[in-house]
Design a binder for this molecule. Structure first.
Ligand SMILES: Cc1ncc(COP(=O)(O)O)c(C=O)c1O
Length: 397
């Protein structure tokens, strides 16, 4: 039988390294097993009622046709207004592009800015999608290890050490998935100075910016002198408004880059769903209390989960200041044998926990750090407690 040859660009595309574990988790759940799933990358809350209503009203008004490729005039205005309120940077409607989720916004931005052979700096740990998108664009991924004493918070010194002659751009993600680290104003200012000095573009993924704790705020690098013209800010409604399934993300940046991204989008997906755009507009312009309510609940869970992990032998965590993940160091467990199984890395530990205790976390190999794992607290306090009990029971014998 003939087997079609694949194009080079997809043949080299790595499937998610956590897919096997993910498939196993789902298989166990579908067999009816009570698995505590701490792998979720999305809020466990429903989309607030007034946003759902807005979508139904949009359907009934007949807003079911093509919209402009880059988003409706009203949604773009709502995004500009919200960005002004949140990060204090002014953008006009021709400096905004609405896409099918923030992942799509990132794809458009990376494709628009990366030429084959260009180096793109990627701080470690990184969200799994970035390296693959950089490679799809023909770019060279240039990893930026963060010095351990910086506790997952990227600094200009870390970046300086990773620079190469072909470096053209930098991916920032604060608050970070997976570490939850938030880059403070002072560090960000130094990073901005370095970007200007080395003439780098910056893609700043701020999708978790509304989910910050302990009185932190998550500044945007676009706020700093001379940065608006070299930064593409990425954001969206998925995480803050519990709207992951609606697929609305957006990018804000210099007009010519946004135009290039819109051209790419016009020849691929065209406009994001009209109904989801109407809902996103109401999310951004309507009452913001639901965001605060969800944030407060995440914060409660965060504090609980951090204290539990800190009390477990062999595990440690730097308290995350944003997002809804704990990034846990399990290095002291390496070399131990638990239930007759040797633990060589977090992949082994995650598999052990899943098979022997029915609790699922994401090993760090996919994020570039095999002796860490990510656990999500986007689940109820009760389930979180049950998951942590199960984890603890195995590693304490
Ligand atoms: C850091 C980061 N950026 C972007 C996204 C994608 O968001 P969206 O669902 O809007 O595509 C995610 C989702 O997990 C994320 O963690």
């Amino acid at each position: 039988m003939t087997k079609l040859a694949l194009a080079e660009r997809v043949a080299a595309l790595a499937p998610s390294p956590t897919m096997a574990l993910d498939a196993k988790t789902k298989a166990l759940i579908s067999q009816g097993l009570d698995v505590v799933n701490l792998t979720a990358g999305e809020p466990d809350f429903d989309t607030p009622a007034h946003i759902r209503e807005a979508a139904i009203e949009a359907i009934n008004r007949g807003e079911t046709r093509y919209t402009p490729v880059g988003g409706t005039v009203r949604l773009k205005a709502a995004i500009c207004e919200r960005m002004r309120a949140e990060i204090g940077v002014e953008y006009g409607p021709d400096e905004v592009l609405v896409s099918v989720g923030a992942k799509h916004s990132l794809f458009n931005a990376i494709m628009a800015l990366t030429s084959p052979g260009d180096g793109v700096l990627l701080p470690v740990p990184y969200w799994v999608t970035y390296p693959e998108q950089i490679r799809l664009a023909g770019g060279e991924v240039q990893y930026v290890p963060i010095a351990p004493e910086h506790k997952n918070v990227l600094t200009a010194d870390d970046i300086r050490r990773a620079l190469k002659p072909n470096t053209r751009g930098l991916i920032l993600n604060s608050p970070s998935n997976p570490s939850g680290a938030v880059i403070g104003r002072r560090e960000l200012e130094d990073i901005a100075a370095l970007a200007r000095e080395r003439d780098l573009w910056v893609i700043s993924d701020e999708i978790y910016a509304r989910l910050v704790y302990d009185g932190m705020d998550a500044p945007s690098i676009a706020q700093f002198e001379g940065m608006r013209e070299r930064t593409i800010v990425i954001n969206g409604v998925s995480k803050a408004y519990a709207m992951t399934g609606w697929r609305i993300g957006y990018a804000l940046g210099p007009r010519h880059v946004i135009q290039a991204m819109a051209n790419l989008q016009s020849q691929s997906t065209s406009n994001p769903t009209s109904i989801a755009q109407a809902a996103a507009e109401v999310a951004l312009t309507g009452p913001q209390e639901p965001v605060e309510e969800m944030r407060r609940e995440f914060d409660r869970r965060r504090r609980y989960a951090v204290s539990r992990i800190q009390g477990m032998d062999g595990l440690s965590v730097h308290e995350p200041k944003g997002a809804f993940y704990l990034w846990v160091n399990m290095a002291p467990l390496i070399g131990r044998t638990i239930k007759g199984r040797a633990i060589r890395d977090a992949d082994d530990l995650a598999l052990l926990w899943l098979e022997e205790a029915n609790v699922s976390v994401v090993p760090g190999s996919g994020f570039g750090v095999p002796d860490h794992f990510r656990m999500s607290y986007a689940t109820s306090l009760e389930r979180l407690a049950a998951g942590l009990d199960r984890m603890e029971s195995l590693i304490t014998g």
